[in-house]
Design a binder for this molecule. Sequence first.
Ligand SMILES: [Zn+2]
Ligand SMILES: [Zn+2]
Ligand SMILES: [Zn+2]
Length: 138
Amino acid sequence: MAQRNTWQRERVREALTDAPGFVSAQTLHATLRDENTGIGLATVYRALSDMASAGDADSLQSPEGESLYRACTSPGHHHHLICRSCGLTVEIAATDVEDWARRTAAGHGFTEAEHVVDIFGLCADCAARRDAAGKSTS
Ligand SMILES: [Zn+2]
Ligand SMILES: [Zn+2]
Ligand SMILES: [Zn+2]
């Protein structure tokens, strides 16, 4: 019974894998709707949160507080650099952050510390496009 929507979940998983970066459930749902899959938004939400809790997808909050998901290629703990304009995502290691987090937690007597560190910015392409647009209008 829990497997009732298996093909739909599989389609959500494929769509997430095809996405260039972090996407919201709404964005993914719109993609699937364009392909006439008939998959509902609630199913997309459910599939994404199940994938995130199973470790098959990374999830994070955008600066606007929206939940975003991505099928990451790096297994295990890592960080992200995300373009807030086009969504381009780069997976990064952050050795300094790991050391700092461990030291800081230990300094306060905390063990089993976890952290979430993602950097939002403007990618080189988007910055160049913005500069070009700025020049053409002035
Ligand atoms: Zn990731
Ligand atoms: Zn960009
Ligand atoms: Zn880390």
